[in-house]
Design a protein around this ligand. Structure first.
Ligand SMILES: [Zn+2]
Length: 322
């Protein structure tokens, strides 16, 4: 399998036919591309080809489960975010490529214009792709971990004229988001109901190894962390230098600023009920920022079935997630 598409044109050339898209998906979601029945998990499967002459179906690999009690037919899209979609995989792939490789994401309006789909379809695809970015087998962070919280939104009418935002968040006043990043490692973010210790600290307990060095600001939600961690809390005064040697939270703060610029510049408007999907999207991009485009794209496709594919359980990659 060649992964040699470095830009959208090469991607579109490579995935000219749906058949190629399906074969690529099979390679990404199944070990060595060997089909696994999404209904019962059987690895004994008959492979055929679609006999349809429709361009969207021509020669795509189809499978039938060899387990007699199941015997169901399926294609590689069953149990993935592409399941039952009328949009060709080729279009989905172009969306995934654009979302994973644009620095701040891409709006549904822009996607629609570039790919010749309606904005409604683009919006739906965008959200499904965000869903796919969710980690299903998260690893714990360790070493030096920076933690910080930020707030998205707040009603414009309550703001001073010079602080009015040029985007709106429906409903609630301000939505808190918790984030922590391992130095040289991964970032995790969580939309949280508030920033009290009883909310923040159990999340950290679940995702940061005991004994790690945690660096935070002096927010009260972090006090008491020294029971399980080495905890350094930095005072943020207006004129203070934030950096004292290694003791800073610059990485997480830089992420917040990219995130907010993206929300303001690209998406303009986010509703609280979808905010967690945007944080997931930006987190995914941050965690893969050093990869080349083709890896960003193909790793994302590899996650297309993470949420529902029994195969993940079969190979023991599945860890409990809260
Ligand atoms: Zn089956």
């Amino acid at each position: 399998m060649t992964d040699n598409f470095k830009n959208l044109i090469e991607l579109n050339d490579y995935f000219k036919e749906e058949k190629t898209c399906y074969e690529f998906l099979a390679q990404k979601i199944w070990l060595n591309g060997e089909p696994v029945c999404p209904h019962c998990g059987s690895v004994k499967v008959y492979t055929t080809k679609s006999r349809s002459n429709k361009p969207s179906k021509k020669d795509i690999p189809e499978y039938r489960c060899a387990n007699k009690e199941c015997a169901k037919k399926f294609t590689a899209t069953v149990g993935t975010i592409f399941q039952a979609s009328k949009i060709p995989l080729r279009t989905w792939y172009a969306c995934i490529f654009l979302i994973t490789t644009s620095k701040k994401g891409i709006s549904s309006l822009q996607l629609a214009a570039q790919l010749g789909i309606t904005q409604k379809t683009a919006w739906f695809i965008n959200h499904r792709i965000r869903e796919m970015f969710k980690e299903t087998a998260p690893e714990m962070l360790k070493g030096i971990v920076e933690v910080d919280e930020t707030f998205v939104g707040g009603k414009n009418k309550n703001r001073h004229a010079n602080k009015k935002r040029n985007y709106e968040v429906d409903g609630d006043e301000k939505i808190p988001v918790l984030g922590f990043v391992e130095r040289g490692g991964k970032l995790k973010t969580f939309v949280v109901p508030n920033t009290k210790a009883e909310i923040l600290q159990p999340i950290m307990g679940e995702f940061v190894e005991n004994g790690s060095l945690i660096i935070s600001d002096s927010h009260r939600g972090y006090s008491g962390l020294d029971a399980n961690y080495n905890h350094v809390s930095i005072k943020h005064n207006a004129d203070d230098f934030k950096t004292v040697g290694q003791f800073h939270t610059n990485n997480i703060e830089n992420f917040w600023s990219t995130f907010k610029r993206g929300i303001i510049g690209i998406y303009h408007q986010v509703s609280p009920k979808h905010l967690h999907r945007y944080t997931t999207e930006f987190t995914y991009r941050y965690n893969n920022r050093k990869e080349v485009s083709v890896i960003k794209f193909s790793d994302a496709v590899g996650q297309a079935g993470n949420a529902t594919l029994p195969y993940q359980k079969l190979i023991g990659k599945d860890k409990p997630v809260s």
